[in-house]
Design a protein around this ligand. Structure first.
Ligand SMILES: [Fe+2]
Ligand SMILES: [Fe+2]
Length: 325
């Protein structure tokens, strides 16, 4: 009996040591990669308009064959501007949630605490990077662009949901931002060097964040009971719905801005195609790619029941169908 208790204790201690080692690895990578906004990313450069921002693999611009080359470039620049603003927006709630989760470790595992504090610090730096990119875009692009959602309003709405759902959404975001970089941004040689560098440096630090999101999400999952998890699934579906609502409004605004600044008249059918492709692109970037990313889908599948997985799939189905149409 005593031996058995000792073995259980050993096992618990071993698990804790392994977990601490994983947080320690993240800290080591974060220290190795750490970059400075001015010295490494901006280096005195400003944004220009001669090259694309958003890569074709994400912008769906090829679905608009009637656009001439300079118009296609402008289309990618409007999207690239919103893309940076959206990350600046979500990082407000990600930073706040990370600080909240870190309090759980405050008098416990100091290695985990350090990893999460670094994570929050990096997200604050990223928000400044995206704000500066927006200021640069505003200086060179025609007036009339508007990014409607307010970071604090969105954060208040998101943080009103339970931790299980917020960490699920956060893991999704931090995995798909990496997938975007590797599959579409990195291989596109026609992008603005500065815009591309912003997402290169962002990707480097996001790699650590996704590891921490998964650790914290699993920790939260181990703490909740079946009813709370089921509520978490419902809230995660609601959060994806809220993201979709934001994408719909921004796609409308961005398509209207593009039509106003493109410098020529489009037919009614072309304008309608512009609006539709803008929304398809945003849904593809921020909802569908993440949901299909195996690294996210595998964790989700491990945490939820097959019935809950079906529920999530059914909620996403109309968006997936629209993007595929
Ligand atoms: Fe970030
Ligand atoms: Fe992040």
């Amino acid at each position: 009996m005593l031996m058995q208790a000792a073995t259980t204790l050993d096992r618990a201690q071993a698990a804790e040591t392994t977990l601490t080692a994983r947080y320690a690895k993240v800290i080591a990578a974060s220290k190795r990669i750490r970059w400075d906004l001015e010295r490494d990313v901006f280096r005195g450069r400003t944004l220009g308009l001669t090259r694309k921002y958003m890569p074709d693999g994400l912008s769906r611009v090829k679905d608009l064959p009637f656009l001439r080359a300079p118009e296609a470039r402008l289309f990618s620049q409007v999207q690239g501007r919103t893309y940076a603003n959206l990350f600046g927006l979500v990082e407000r709630f990600i930073g706040a949630k990370t600080l909240e989760v870190s309090r759980d470790h405050a008098l416990g595992d100091q290695v985990a605490l350090e990893a999460l504090v670094r994570f929050a610090d990096e997200e604050i730096k990223h928000q400044e990077m995206f704000r500066r990119l927006e200021t640069m875009a505003a200086a060179v692009m025609p007036a009339g662009y508007a990014f409607a959602p307010d970071p604090n309003d969105v954060a208040t709405m998101v943080l009103g949901k339970g931790t299980w759902a917020v960490l699920g959404l956060t893991l999704d975001l931090e995995i798909y931002t990496q997938a975007h970089y590797r599959a579409s941004i990195e291989p596109d040689s026609e992008l603005s060097d500065l815009w591309k560098d912003v997402f290169l440096f962002h990707w480097k630090e996001e790699s650590q964040h996704a590891i921490l999101d998964e650790l914290e999400w699993r920790r939260e999952d181990a703490r909740v009971d079946a009813a709370a998890r089921d509520r978490g699934v419902t809230e995660l579906i609601e959060l994806v719905g809220a993201v979709d609502g934001m994408l719909q409004a921004q796609a409308q605004a961005d398509a209207a801005y593009f039509v106003r600044i493109a410098g020529r008249a489009f037919t009614m059918a072309e304008e309608s195609a512009l609006r539709d492709v803008m929304l398809k692109a945003y849904r593809w970037q921020h909802i569908v790619i993440g949901a299909q990313e195996p690294r996210f889908a595998d964790v989700l599948q491990a945490l939820v029941t097959p019935a809950q997985m079906t529920r999530i799939g059914e909620a996403l189905a109309p968006i997936v169908a629209h993007v595929a149409s």
